[in-house]
Design a protein around this ligand. Structure first.
Ligand code: DC
Length: 231
């Protein structure tokens, strides 16, 4: 039986980096479900499918070839990793992710992808809806201010600051509200999720904490006790 660890939470809480590093440490696959919704939005724009036609969007989601390879996102074999992160696609993804028929199609696809593999999956509804039986569910949180500062630092490191912290904070608040208000697949911690606030923690510390939890649930090899600890 494949094993699943879910990592949900708002944008900017550090989910992607954490999930990627955790998966590498465990030797498991990493599934970025936000990238999957983004890929559907990109395909819809490319093929002229209206973003308001929920049934056509769902049909499209059902036939697309979305896969992950060496940290890249492939859409029907083409590397779309950079394109799906553009502002245009971020905006187009919102109605796609809001559409209940699309979410149903994505749930089926995500379950199929995780059928035979051990997976660390990251999104908004992975613990609450898609993998209710996951072996470990984490809900990552951070204060809005810290998340906005992190995003600002990230942008500065990449191409120079495109927006002020205040602007990032405003856009982030709008996205959070949209993610929480979605009628199907709203962002929320599953009842049995462990809520981890990452304020003031480094990425390494967050990964270490989750790895230790995974070990305590028998999901990762536990190091042999050193001889001095032997009974
Ligand atoms: O995590 P992200 O920013 O790449 O997500 C892109 C969009 O998809 C965002 O609007 C939230 C949405 N999303 C979702 O509704 N459910 C998921 N499991 C993952 C992402």
């Amino acid at each position: 039986m494949a094993k699943i660890i879910t990592l949900d939470g708002p944008a900017g809480a550090g989910k992607s980096s954490t999930a990627r590093q955790l998966a590498a440490r465990l030797g498991w696959c990493y599934m970025d479900t936000g990238a999957m919704y983004r890929a559907v939005a990109l395909a819809a724009l490319n093929r002229g499918v209206s973003l308001t036609d929920q049934l056509k969007l769902a049909a499209l989601a059902g036939v697309l070839g979305i896969s992950f390879s060496e940290g890249r996102v492939l859409l029907d074999g083409e590397d779309v990793s950079a394109e799906i992160r553009t502002e245009r696609i971020t905006t187009a993804t919102r109605p796609v992710a809001d559409a209940p028929p699309v979410r149903e199609a994505m749930k089926q696809l995500q379950r199929r992808m995780a059928e035979e593999l051990n997976v660390v999956t990251e999104g908004r509804d992975q613990g609450s809806v898609v993998f209710p039986g996951a072996a470990l569910k984490i809900f990552l949180e951070a204060s809005p201010e810290e998340r906005a500062h992190r995003r600002h630092r990230q942008q500065t490191n990449q191409a120079g600051p495109a927006a002020t912290v205040e602007e990032i904070l405003q856009a982030q608040t709008r996205r959070d509200e949209g993610d929480r208000a979605r009628p199907v697949g709203a962002m929320r911690a599953a009842e049995d999720a462990i809520v981890l606030n990452t304020d003031g923690l480094s990425l390494e510390e967050v990964v270490e904490r989750i790895f230790t939890l995974a070990q305590s649930r028998g999901l990762a090899a536990t190091p042999e006790p050193s001889p001095s600890e032997m009974p």
